[in-house]
Design a protein around this ligand. Structure first.
Ligand code: AMP
Ligand code: GLY
Length: 423
C-alpha cells in the first residue's frame, strides 16, 4: 500500500511507527508530520485541511490510502471530497462528513444515542431563540450544571459549573454572545454524571467492527488531577477497573448499538470510533464520541496491537474487516507526556531537546517537535510521549518515568502521578 497519513501529533507518530512495520507497506508519507514521523516515512509539507493540495500529492505519488489522524479534516468532509472525485481512486480511513457529526455536533450525537437507546446523560438542546427556556431548564436541574457547545471548540467547549446564576450567565454568553463562535450557536445542557472515565475504541468498515484495547487518559495539567484541561498528559492500557463484565456491557449496550445504529440510519462509517465513557456504579454511559483515535490514547493502544494495521485498513477500505484477524499484546502499556512549561496556556517553542538517543526502554513518540538537521527542537505544547510496556501498569509507568529522566529541554514539565488512581 502507498499511504498518506494526515496529522502531526503523538497519535500520528504512533500510527506511523505501526504502519512502517506492515508487510504490505510500499510507501509512507506523513503530512505535515513531525521530527519523529520522519523516522518512518517522508514528511510532506501540506496542511491537513488543504484537500486540493492533498489531491495533487495523491495523484503525483500514487497514494492509494489516506489515513486521517485528527478530527478537523473529517468534520470538514475529506472522505466525501475524495469519494465524489472520479479522477482519484483513493481509500480514506476515516468517516465522512455526516458520520463525523458524532464528534462535530454534540446535539447530533445525543439525538443519535437517544434514537438507539445508548446510555448517556439526560439532556436538552437550546439556541439563541430558546435562551429563556434554557435558563428555565437549568433551574430544574441539579448542580453541577454541564453546558456543552454543540460544535468543535478545540476541547474547550464543555463547562461544568456549580452555581446556578453563573450557569445561566454562561448559557447566555454561549448562545447570545457567541462565546465559542459558531460552535456555541447551539448548546447541549445535560445531567452531571459522577464516576470514573475511560476510553474505548473500535475500527469499523460500517458492518463489521474490531474492538481495540481500552485506555484511560489524564486530562488535567496538574498532579492529583487539578488545574486546566489539556489534550491529555498521559495514558494507560488496559484499564484495571474495566473487568470482563464491564467490557461486555460496553460491547452490548454501547458498541453494538452504535455500529448497528449508524447502519440503520444509513450513515456509512469507515474508520475509528472513540467512545468517551464514564463508569457510573458499574454501568457505562457515553460522555462523548470522537470520530478518530485519541491522543495520547493511541500511544498506548496502537503499541498493544500485534496485528498488521494495514491489513485492518485494507479490511475497512474493501468492506472485508470481518475476515481480518486482530491480536493484542497482553502486557500493560503506559505513556507519559513531556510538555512545554506554561502549556496549556502560553509557552515557548524552539528549545533544543537532548537525550532522545539515550532512551532504550521506552518508545519515544514525538508530538510537537521539529527537525533541524540532526537537531530536534520543541514545536508545540505537548512535545513527546514516552511509552513503555510492563507486566502491569505500575512497571510500565516506572519505565516511562526512567526514560523521561534522560530527556531534557528548557522548561520541560510532566506529571509525575500518571496512574495514581488505579495503582
Ligand atoms: P466532552 O468534551 O463531552 O468529553 O467533555 C469534556 C469533559 O467534561 C469530559 O471528559 C468529562 O470529564 C466532563 N463531562 C462531560 N460531560 C459530563 C457529564 N455529563 N457529567 C460529568 N462530567 C462530564
Ligand atoms: N485524549 C482525548 C482526546 O484525544 O480527545
Amino acid at each position: 500500500m502507498r499511504v498518506l497519513l494526515l496529522g502531526s501529533g503523538g497519535r500520528e507518530h504512533a500510527l506511523a511507527w505501526k504502519i512502517a512495520q506492515s508487510s504490505i507497506l510500499e510507501a509512507l508519507f506523513i503530512a505535515p508530520g513531525n521530527a519523529g514521523t520522519r523516522q518512518h516515512g517522508t514528511n510532506v509539507d501540506l496542511s491537513v485541511n488543504d484537500f486540493d493540495g492533498i489531491k495533487a500529492f495523491v495523484l503525483e505519488n500514487e497514494v492509494d490510502t489516506i489515513v486521517v489522524g485528527p478530527e478537523d479534516p473529517l468534520v470538514n468532509g475529506i472522505a466525501d471530497y475524495f469519494d465524489a472525485d472520479a479522477e482519484v481512486n483513493v481509500a480514506v480511513i476515516g468517516p465522512n462528513k455526516v458520520a463525523a457529526q458524532l464528534e462535530g455536533s454534540k446535539d447530533f450525537a445525543k439525538e443519535f444515542m437517544k434514537r438507539h437507546n445508548i446510555p448517556t446523560a439526560k439532556y436538552a438542546t437550546f439556541t439563541k431563540d430558546t435562551l429563556k427556556e434554557g435558563q428555565a431548564f437549568l433551574e430544574k436541574m441539579k448542580s453541577p450544571y454541564v453546558l456543552k457547545a454543540d460544535g468543535l471548540a478545540a476541547g474547550k467547549g464543555v463547562l461544568i459549573i456549580e452555581d446556578l446564576k453563573e450557569a445561566k450567565a454562561e448559557l447566555k454568553n454561549m448562545l447570545a454572545d457567541a462565546k465559542f463562535g459558531e460552535a456555541s450557536s447551539r448548546v447541549v445542557i445535560e445531567e452531571f454524571l459522577s464516576g470514573v472515565e475511560l476510553s474505548c475504541f473500535v475500527i469499523t468498515d460500517g458492518d463489521a467492527y474490531k474492538i481495540l484495547p481500552e485506555a484511560k487518559d489524564y486530562k488535567r495539567i496538574g498532579e492529583g488531577d487539578t488545574g486546566l484541561n489539556t489534550g491529555g498528559m498521559g495514558a494507560l492500557s488496559p484499564v484495571p477497573f474495566a473487568n470482563p463484565t464491564f467490557k461486555d456491557k460496553v460491547k452490548n449496550q454501547v458498541i453494538i448499538p452504535t455500529v448497528k445504529g449508524l447502519k440503520a440510519d444509513g450513515i456509512p462509517y469507515k474508520g475509528f470510533i472513540f467512545f468517551g465513557l464514564i463508569n457510573v456504579r458499574n454501568e457505562p454511559y457515553v460522555i462523548e464520541y470522537n470520530c478518530r483515535m485519541g491522543d495520547p490514547e493511541t500511544e498506548v493502544v496502537i503499541p498493544r496491537l500485534k496485528s498488521d494495521i494495514l491489513d485492518l485498513f485494507e479490511g475497512v477500505a474493501t468492506n472485508t474487516l470481518s475476515e481480518r484477524d486482530v491480536q493484542f499484546d497482553e502486557r500493560s502499556a503506559a505513556t507519559v507526556m513531556m510538555v512545554s512549561g506554561g502549556y496549556p496556556e502560553a509557552y515557548e517553542k524552539g528549545k533544543q531537546i537532548y537525550g532522545l538517543n539515550v532512551v532504550s526502554d521506552s518508545i519515544v513518540f514525538h508530538a510537537g517537535t521539529k527537525a533541524d538537521g540532526p537537531v530536534v527542537t520543541t514545536n508545540g505544547g505537548r512535545v513527546l510521549a514516552a511509552t513503555s510496556f510492563g507486566k502491569d501498569v505500575a512497571s510500565a509507568l516506572k519505565r516511562s518515568y526512567e526514560s523521561l529522566d534522560k530527556i531534557e529541554f528548557e522548561k520541560s514539565y510532566y506529571r509525575s502521578d500518571i496512574g495514581h488512581d488505579v495503582l
